[in-house]
Design a protein around this ligand. Structure first.
Ligand code: 5GP
Length: 253
């Protein structure tokens, strides 16, 4: 069997050349990293859960007319996605203060923001993905003014969709990060939601108890990351209750 071509390996995913031109196979690894990869671990089952959860969110977005790169899930760890040029920005939407914003502005975590706040970080691991303004983005040509209008509109539509979906299962969408890709249809180009949407890239708190159900469980050593992600998947009906993708085979004496 021919070996497939690896295009890129990131911290949590590997990209392979897809079966058709213009497609990519996105493989979800079990690797977890935090604080710009200073903290690392392998969390068995994380890739399987994120593959399923990202499929769930991206499919829902496609269905309400928010374009994404997602085509179809291939197997437990892989999905077929549309190839796109990734805009070198992390687009962060915040509904409640948390993480770097709470720290930067000295605000208590959990404070509801007067309206969703959208931030942009320049995607560069060596620099630690620094916060940038639209002035930097325009001056350095990372995206045009039209792109920025489209990115803002996509980000807010994703926020409305995800907030509603999570609210329905008793989870508060505190904040999240998305990445945006550029695709060409003949002479036209348009922007689509790319990368992944999963508890790795969102802050999700239980509405009743405030329990964290996202990657902060790993970042802050708050317990089992797979238990947290499995709970999100269970509430969304993404993984059947009986499926146990994370447990190893047991020896029966
Ligand atoms: P913060 O800036 O507070 O660290 O993160 C804000 C939101 O964006 C959080 O939901 C966090 O998970 C997500 N986020 C920020 N940077 C990254 C990143 O490099 N990778 C991933 N997966 N998520 C990120």
């Amino acid at each position: 069997m021919a070996r497939r071509t690896k295009i890129y390996e990131g911290k949590a995913k590997i990209l392979y050349e897809g079966p058709e031109p213009g497609t990519i196979v996105q493989y979800f690894k079990d690797d977890a990293t935090a604080f710009n990869a200073q903290k690392k671990d392998v969390i068995e089952g994380k890739g399987v859960l994120n593959n399923r959860l990202s499929e769930f969110f991206m499919t829902g977005l496609n269905q309400i007319g928010v374009p994404t790169h997602f085509i179809k899930r291939l197997n437990m760890r892989e999905q077929l996605v549309r190839q796109c040029e990734i805009i070198p920005l992390e687009v962060i939407v915040r509904n409640f203060a948390a993480g770097t914003m709470a720290k930067r502005l000295g605000i208590e975590e959990g404070l509801q923001l007067p309206r969703p706040i959208v931030e942009y970080c320049y995607k560069d691991d060596k620099l630690g993905d620094p916060l940038v303004t639209e002035e930097h983005i325009a001056a350095f040509g990372w995206a045009s003014q039209q792109d920025m209008d489209d990115i803002l509109s996509l980000a807010l539509r994703v926020n409305d969709f995800l907030s509603g979906v999570m609210m329905a299962v008793g989870i508060k969408l505190v904040d999240f990060k998305i990445e945006i890709g550029r695709v060409y249809d003949g002479d036209f180009q348009r922007l689509i939601v790319a990368d992944e949407i999963s508890p790795d890239s969102c802050r999700l708190w239980d509405i009743e108890t405030g329990q964290k159900l996202d990657k902060d469980v790993f970042r802050r050593d708050l317990g089992s990351l797979t238990d947290a992600y499995t709970e999100v998947a269970r509430r969304l009906g993404v993984m059947p209750k009986s499926s146990t993708p994370i447990s190893k085979p047991k020896l029966i004496n």
